[in-house]
Design a protein around this ligand. Structure first.
Ligand code: PRX
Length: 637
């Protein structure tokens, strides 16, 4: 079937289309109603059906591939490398599930997971899925204040964590950050389960903290059956940044997600049972949920979980070839990474790409940020396999725009992530009138018309109103989902993504909210006002840059005092939110550019930082404010 026909069917006959896709997974009771869109923008997929993500990811494969690899865990940080077969994974997951159950975790309870990239993190996610508990994974790079707001919102019964993560040989102790986060949160989890890697000492809180090894030993051979869940039950929440400082819990279902992932593994990633999938993301991000843990396993593939830098060998010596060494060793067929990582590798000797036998590899998928042409060409020439850009979001759970080579081979275009995937009605609308822009290369907001396909977020955790108001009411007069990305479509239907319409920035593929960073900075006693913007960066895509009006004007004329305060502000952000949110620079100014009604002109600041025209400034209160920023940065008017 041509992709055009496949796509058309998904839009014109969604029930028939998705009923067919639903056969890719196991159901305990098959769905009664494929699609229920009686309450837009809410959508229910596969109502009446019961299933379980862990069953589909693990148990289902025992009959045919119990002794085949399921999870390959490699850490160049600790020099460990271990393969778990499906049978072993089944055992590990049940042990954790039994431990969680002993701590009182059952269906619908939240379990917050704050862990490094160790196999136990995947066991815990799958154990939650098995019990019908809702997991909330928080990226290990976040620090105590970010973690606290997530604990507060998720109100977990249990937190699962570890003593430490490690990055480039630098140990990051998690336990003190977790303790501080629990102290800051008004919600206190009943229990904390801690995996001890022997990297950092841990003080245990009596009655609350349990060391995983002795605790789980009691459940060594536990048998915990999968809890059958309604397709529309909640599988997990994952927090993501938006326009406000308060992160949103993106909530996903069980059945729709399982079907969406199974379908994407077949039609988009073309991954086959018995093969190995390698995603270099982290379980703390949506890519890690969909394409480290659930997607590959549902497809019966082994998933390779890697802890370490892309440029560091097993012995922790610099080795820009580690990924390719792993591809060769584990015969990886499908690989998934981010443009940032490739830009890091690009600095290495290109001969490294030729050193290993990469003939098993069929494609490299890149997502998370715009893929620039030089990076795409470099890796494409080096690997000699298709480089497939794919555009999506935490909210969607799987690709919105890409090419579906599993359906029909479709050429990619440099600079474009591709065309709409089956199930997605993607449109470009005029920012203020909401008019659809049908012409080629007309710039507007990329939106999705309902019903959203399976796998798409159900709502914002505990806040239906926020879900509707944030995502579905931003375009005047129309109930459409806004991606908050600018885009254009060329004459052949290929889309191009031109950056966010809101205050979200993308640092090395990590989605961050500038408002959260601003809130952290404005908490500093010496800060009167602050604006944070994302500025283009050759390696990281974007970096955060802060413009601060200090309380003490003296800082403005005193280079040394300014430098000291810059250091303090940077440290505060790193301590509260995590190193990834730390601004690359903090500049001090007398006044920030605002409109006469007092709205910060972030887009104008960003334009000036990038040497672009700031556009229409008729509403600016004080034009000297932008001039001052230009002078600071040494950019021409
Ligand atoms: O701005 C878009 C950018 O990343 C945002 C979503 O980030 P996140 O929720 O972390 O999900 C990442 C899932 C891969 C989008 O709104 N983005 C993502 N992929 C691309 C992209 N921008 C350009 N090209 C892409 N391929």
């Amino acid at each position: 079937m041509s992709y055009a026909a496949f796509y058309r069917r998904s839009i014109e006959a969604p029930e028939a289309f998705w009923a067919e896709q639903a056969k890719l997974i196991d159901w305990q009771i098959p769905p009664r109603q494929i699609l229920d869109e009686s309450r837009p923008p809410f959508v229910q997929w596969f109502a009446g059906g019961t299933t379980n993500l862990c069953h589909n990811a693990v148990d289902r494969h025992l009959a045919q591939r119990a002794d085949q690899p399921a999870l390959i865990a490699v850490s160049t940080e600790t020099g460990t490398e271990r393969t778990y077969s499906f049978r072993e994974l089944h055992g590990e997951v049940q042990r954790v599930a039994a431990g969680l159950a002993a701590l009182g975790v059952g269906k619908g309870d939240r379990v917050l997971i704050y862990m490094p990239m160790i196999p136990e993190a995947a066991f815990t996610m799958l154990a939650c899925a098995r019990l019908g508990a809702i997991h909330c994974v928080v990226f290990g790079g976040f620090a105590s204040v970010s973690l606290a707001s997530r604990i507060e919102d998720a109100t977990p019964k249990v937190v699962v964590s570890a003593d430490a993560g490690s990055r480039g040989g630098k140990v990051i102790a998690y336990k003190p950050l977790l303790d501080e986060a629990i102290r800051l949160s008004t919600h206190k989890p009943g229990a904390v389960l801690l995996f001890d890697r022997g990297l950092a000492p841990m003080g245990l809180v009596e009655g609350r903290d349990h060391l995983a090894a002795p605790f789980l030993e009691k459940h060594r051979d536990a048998r915990v059956p999968c809890t059958w869940l309604d397709a529309t039950d909640i599988s997990y929440t994952i927090y993501t940044s938006g326009t406000t400082g308060r992160p949103k819990g993106v909530q996903r279902d069980v059945g729709g997600y399982a079907v969406a992932l199974a379908a994407s593994m077949k039609h988009i990633f073309d991954g086959r049972a018995g093969e190995t999938y390698f995603s270099t993301s982290d379980i703390g991000w949506v890519v890690g949920h969909s394409y480290i843990v659930y997607g590959p396993l549902i497809a019966g593939m082994a998933t390779l979980m890697y802890e370490g830098l892309p440029t560091q060998g097993l012995n922790r010596q610099p080795d820009g070839g580690i990924w390719w060494q792993l591809v060769e060793k584990y015969q990886v067929t499908v690989m998934f990474s981010a443009p940032t990582a490739v830009r890091v590798l690009k600095k290495q000797d290109p001969a490294l790409l030729k050193k290993y036998d990469l003939s098993s590899l069929r494609a490299l998928f890149l997502a998370g940020e715009p893929l620039d042409e030089p990076t795409a060409r470099w890796i494409s020439d080096g690997l000699g396999v298709p480089i497939i850009d794919n555009y999506w979001q935490t909210e969607s759970g799987w690709p919105i725009l890409t090419v579906a080579n599993g359906v029909e081979r479709t050429p990619s275009r440099f600079g474009s992530p591709g065309i709409p995937m089956y199930g997605y009605k993607v449109k470009i609308l005029h920012e203020s009138t909401g008019e659809e822009l049908k012409g080629a290369n007309e710039k507007g907001v990329v939106v999705i018309e309902g019903p959203t396909p399976p796998g798409f977020m159900q709502t914002v955790w505990k806040d239906d109103e926020r879900f509707v108001n944030t995502y579905w009411k931003s375009v005047p007069g129309k109930l459409v989902y806004s991606t908050f990305d600018w885009g254009i479509r060329d004459e052949d239907g290929y889309y191009y993504i031109l950056g966010r319409t809101d205050d979200v920035i993308n640092v090395a593929g990590h989605r961050l909210g500038t408002r959260e960073i601003e809130e952290s900075i404005s908490g500093h006693a010496k800060v009167a006002e602050v604006a944070v913007v994302g500025v283009a960066d050759a390696l990281k895509g974007q970096v955060a840059m802060a413009f601060v009006v200090p309380r003490d004007g003296a800082v403005l004329g005193d280079a040394q005092a300014a430098l000291a305060l810059e250091g303090e502000v940077m440290k505060q952000v790193a301590d509260q939110l995590g190193a990834l949110a730390r601004p690359s620079r903090v500049h001090f100014v007398g006044v920030l550019p605002k409109t006469r009604s007092g709205k910060l002109l972030r887009r104008a600041i960003q334009a000036v930082c990038e040497g672009r025209d700031p556009g229409d400034l008729t509403t600016i209160e004080d034009p000297a404010a932008l001039r001052q920023i230009r002078q600071l940065l040494g950019v021409q008017e």
